[in-house]
Design a protein around this ligand. Structure first.
Ligand SMILES: NC(=O)c1ccc[n+]([C@@H]2O[C@H](COP(=O)([O-])OP(=O)(O)OC[C@H]3O[C@@H](n4cnc5c(N)ncnc54)[C@H](OP(=O)(O)O)[C@@H]3O)[C@@H](O)[C@H]2O)c1
Length: 311
């Protein structure tokens, strides 16, 4: 199994990255340092996670301590909803670069097909109609400037991907979406693969420790558990390995050193074909439904509106 996938830009994206959402201040910097030391080369960031400054300090220390060079790392970040107006896109990237203490990103994504008033809390009363072609035009300029070495999208449905591909002069390199054994994204992955767009899987453990959810979880799924038992691996490793074998990069989040190592230990073994086939029996449930965007008088009246019915 390759430890990276080739993007349509010709660059390689490491197949495992460290997620940083809900990685708390005071903890995330140590997690980044530990992850890079044990071999992670991809970090998934976003201004919406409110921790890019601390990540920037950890990256600086990694470079100063000679653990890695900038060119050895693949850093992803994202454009949040308040900077979606075309004239605000460059500022979104520059703020992130300043916080991360970097000159360029390896990948810059439109975080979600969601636009809110600049500087306002992204709640339904502050949402504005989105003009994806206009935002994408501004993203293309960043790509041409070299400050974002690849550009892409996140949380885009099949419909939004097709609409974007129809107008893009620079096609998106990546669509970063939820994907794991209980939300497999079969249709979207096939579409992306057929168009040369790499699918990167967020929440690849199905947000393993989300408290209070009554939905089924990836790590308690009987098929995931039985495959893990047969292969003498943990359910988390099986879920992650499944993602790699489906051809997607994965960005599990952990701030725990033992789990950071566990999540990278998925390269010297594989899930055999007969066990991979078992995953098609798993009932599909979307974890991240984005209920926060819904309002009866708002732009998205139901979650189906936001996901173009693909939920
Ligand atoms: N583009 C988007 O809209 C979007 C949306 C969601 C997420 N993301 C990105 O994807 C990353 C990953 O997604 P996620 O954070 O939602 O969920 P996830 O990676 O599926 O799950 C993270 C949770 O699993 C726990 N965990 C990690 N390794 C484990 C293991 N080996 N065994 C048991 N539990 C384990 C973590 O706790 P500990 O830290 O305590 O280990 C954390 O609570 C995010 O951090 C973010 O970078 C992007």
């Amino acid at each position: 199994m390759a430890e990276s996938f080739v993007l349509n830009t010709g660059a390689r994206i490491p197949s495992v990255g460290l997620g940083t959402s809900q990685a708390e201040p005071g903890v995330v910097g140590k997690a980044i340092y530990a992850a890079v030391k044990v071999g992670y080369r991809h970090i998934d960031c976003a201004p919406a996670y409110h921790n890019e400054k601390e990540i920037g300090m950890a990256l600086k220390k990694l470079f100063e301590d000679g653990v890695v060079k900038r060119e050895d790392l693949f850093i992803t970040s994202k454009l949040w909803s308040g900077n979606q107006a075309p004239e605000d896109v460059l500022e979104g990237l520059e703020t992130t670069l300043e916080d991360l203490q970097l000159d360029y990103l390896d990948l810059f994504l439109i975080h979600a097909p969601l636009r809110s008033k600049k500087g306002a809390t992204p709640t339904p009363e502050n949402f504005l109609p989105i003009d994806i072609p206009a935002t994408w035009g501004a993203m293309e300029k960043l790509y041409n400037s070299g400050k974002a070495r690849a550009i892409g999208v996140s949380n885009f449905s099949c419909k939004k991907m097709e609409d974007l591909l129809a107008i893009a002069r620079v096609p998106p390199a990546v669509n970063q979406v939820e994907s794991h054994p209980i939300w497999q994204q079969i249709k979207l992955r096939e579409l992306c693969q057929s168009k040369g767009v790499h699918l990167s899987a967020y929440s690849p453990l199905g947000k393993a420790r989300s408290p209070g959810s009554e939905r089924p979880t990836v790590l308690s799924n009987p098929i995931v558990i039985s495959v893990a038992e047969k292969l003498q691996r943990t359910p988390a490793q099986v879920a992650l390995r499944w993602g790699l074998q489906m051809g997607q990069s994965i960005i599990p989040k952990s701030t725990n050193e033992a789990r950071i190592k566990e999540n990278l230990n998925i390269f010297d073994w594989s899930i055999p074909e007969d066990l991979m086939a078992k995953f098609s029996e798993i009932q599909q449930v979307k974890m991240l439904r984005a209920e926060f965007v819904v309002h009866p008088q708002g732009i998205f009246k139901t979650v189906e509106d936001f996901w173009d019915g693909e939920i």
